[in-house]
Every structure is written in structure tokens, then in C-alpha cells.
Design a protein around this ligand. Structure first.
Ligand SMILES: Cc1ncc(C[n+]2csc(CCOP(=O)(O)OP(=O)(O)O)c2C)c(N)n1
Ligand SMILES: [Mg+2]
Length: 285
């Protein structure tokens, strides 16, 4: 199967220059690579939220589910728990996932459900034409904040490391080869993979020049991806408002049993609940 086989015939309504095109290409290449390596396409499921990013469900020829705004992760979690053999990928927006769906994000990390989440972080409500989101910078002059938002943004990479996500990365829609590798790494990781993708919104918040001039790659050779303190320090290098270098790559990676594996252990015929709990406690520490 060639990557292009996964592009549907649905008319594409993303704006010219939208970073979603690159994310779509990266995802398409990675999924077709999985299929070449032997994963049947029927086992891949894409769940999206509502927003420009959500159109990925229309444009990628894989089994997909359009969740409602903010509810991408509960749907993805349900699919994975019901059928752990599936490869579940979720595409969410920053408004979708860091605003209305924030509690679901924290719970997906806490549970360590084996889902790969890509957040298309254009730092704006794209589909509803330009309101500020939780990652818009201080002073963002959006449609709903013409005088500039007086709120500080959240730093989702920091939040996810602190929230217990077992794989945390950041990519950029104009660094395509790296983005492919990050998506592949997130899918290979057994557990919750959180991939923040800085995405150019060509129409409402075009940060192309800024990102191009500030991103750099974490040194994968020497960066200790299993250490929370080092990961947090790297995540804090840029706070989504101030002028600073922006690290890209894998910040954190740890392996421990997934939500669905723990559920299966508890429910195994003849399992002793107290012994299962003792084992789970040992596995996590
Ligand atoms: C439950 C619910 N709340 C709000 C909306 C309105 N709504 C649709 S898309 C959107 C914002 C999308 O922004 P984001 O998630 O950042 O996605 P983008 O369009 O930027 O990709 C909102 C608020 C909705 N459709 N449903
Ligand atoms: Mg957005």
C-alpha cells in the first residue's frame, strides 16, 4: 500500500497553508507504514474532535469516529478498552482538548490508556474563526478578545509530564520527517502517548516565522527521556507566551501497565483482587 491510498476523495476545505496538511501527510505515511509492517488497516481507528483538525476523519481513509467537541479522549478510551487489539489514534484541537475536554486529558494520562493523542495546537479556535484558546499567548487579539486576552496560557507539555502521561512529545507541522518519527514513536509506545503538534493556522494565527526561528531539537542521544525533573525543565524552557527557544522531540517516556491491561488482570477468572492490587502497586513503583 502506498501512502496516497489513504487519502479520501472528500473535498478538502482547509485553508491554503494550513498546518493540518502536513499532519495529515505524516499520519498517512505512518499508518501506511504500519500496514506494510503487517497491521491490518481494519485494526486502525482514528477518533477526532470537532474543529478544523476534526476533518482528518473525512480526509484519511481509515476507520474513524467524529466525537463531539471536547470528548475525543473518552470515545478513544472506550474503543480501546472494548477492543484492546485496535490501534487507537486520536486527533484533537487545542480548544477541544485543553478547553472543554481538559479533564478527559488528565484522566487519559492518569489511566495510561494505550491511545496516541495528537493535539493540533494552532493556539486558536480555527473552525469558529479566531477566538483565543488555553494556549493562546497573553495579549492574543482574537475575535472574542479584541483588546488582547488578559490570561496566561497553559503549557500542555509541562501539564502532561506532571499529570503522569507515560510518553510526552512535541512536534511542529513544518518539521515533517521529525513529525512522522514522533507519531510512529507515540504509536509504538505501550500506554498513553501525548504528542503536542505546533500547527500553523494560516488564517487566524500564523506563527510560521516565529516557530521557524525558535524551534530546536532535544538531543535524543543525551536527553534522559525517563527523568521527570529533566523533562519538566525542558518543557518549561518555553511558556507559550515569552520569547524563548522551543524544544521539539520526546520529553518523557516510561513503561508501566496500561489501563486495559490492569482491567484485564482484575477481571481474569479466579483473580484474587488483593493480590492483583499488590502487583499493580509494585509495577508502578
Ligand atoms: C459541545 C460543543 N461546544 C462548542 C462547540 C463549538 N465549537 C466547534 S469547533 C470549536 C473550536 C475548535 O477549536 P479547536 O479545538 O482548537 O480546533 P481547530 O478548529 O482550531 O482545529 C468550538 C468551540 C461545539 N461544536 N460543541
Ligand atoms: Mg485550535
Amino acid at each position: 500500500m502506498k501512502p496516497v491510498d489513504l487519502v479520501t476523495r472528500a473535498p478538502n476545505t482547509w485553508c491554503p497553508g494550513c498546518g493540518n496538511f502536513a499532519i495529515q501527510h505524516a499520519l498517512k505515511d505512518v499508518v501506511s507504514g504500519l500496514v506494510e509492517e503487517g497491521t491490518p488497516l481494519e485494526r486502525v481507528v482514528l477518533v477526532t474532535g470537532i474543529g478544523c483538525h476534526g476533518k482528518m476523519a473525512d480526509y484519511l481513509g481509515v476507520n474513524s469516529f467524529y466525537a463531539i467537541h471536547g470528548r475525543t479522549l473518552p470515545v478513544a478510551t472506550g474503543i480501546k478498552v472494548a477492543n484492546p487489539d485496535l490501534v487507537v489514534i486520536a486527533c484533537a484541537g487545542d480548544g477541544d482538548c485543553y478547553g472543554e475536554g481538559l479533564e478527559h486529558l488528565l484522566f487519559a494520562a492518569k489511566r495510561n490508556v494505550d491511545v496516541t493523542l495528537l493535539v493540533h495546537d494552532n493556539r486558536v479556535y480555527g473552525l469558529t474563526t479566531g477566538q483565543y484558546t488555553p494556549t493562546s499567548p497573553l495579549g492574543f487579539p482574537g475575535r472574542s478578545t479584541p483588546r488582547g486576552t488578559p490570561e496566561y496560557p497553559i503549557n500542555p507539555v509541562e501539564l502532561m509530564i506532571a499529570g503522569g502521561a507515560s510518553w510526552v512529545g512535541r512536534g511542529y507541522s513544518r518539521r515533517l520527517p521529525q513529525l512522522r518519527g514522533l507519531i510512529r514513536g507515540g504509536i509504538r509506545h505501550r500506554g498513553f502517548s501525548f504528542l503536542e503538534v505546533l500547527q500553523v493556522c494560516a488564517t487566524f494565527y500564523n506563527r510560521t516565522e516565529y516557530y521557524d526561528g525558535h524551534v530546536y531539537d532535544l538531543d535524543t542521544g543525551s536527553f534522559p527521556a525517563g527523568e521527570v525533573d529533566a523533562a519538566l525543565a525542558a518543557a518549561r524552557e518555553w511558556d507559550y507566551s515569552r520569547d524563548a527557544r522551543i524544544p521539539l522531540g520526546v520529553f518523557y517516556e516510561a513503561v508501566f501497565p496500561t489501563f486495559e491491561e490492569r482491567l484485564a488482570e482484575q477481571r481474569a477468572p479466579g483473580a484474587d483482587p488483593a493480590e492483583v492490587m499488590r502487583k499493580l502497586f509494585r509495577d508502578r513503583t
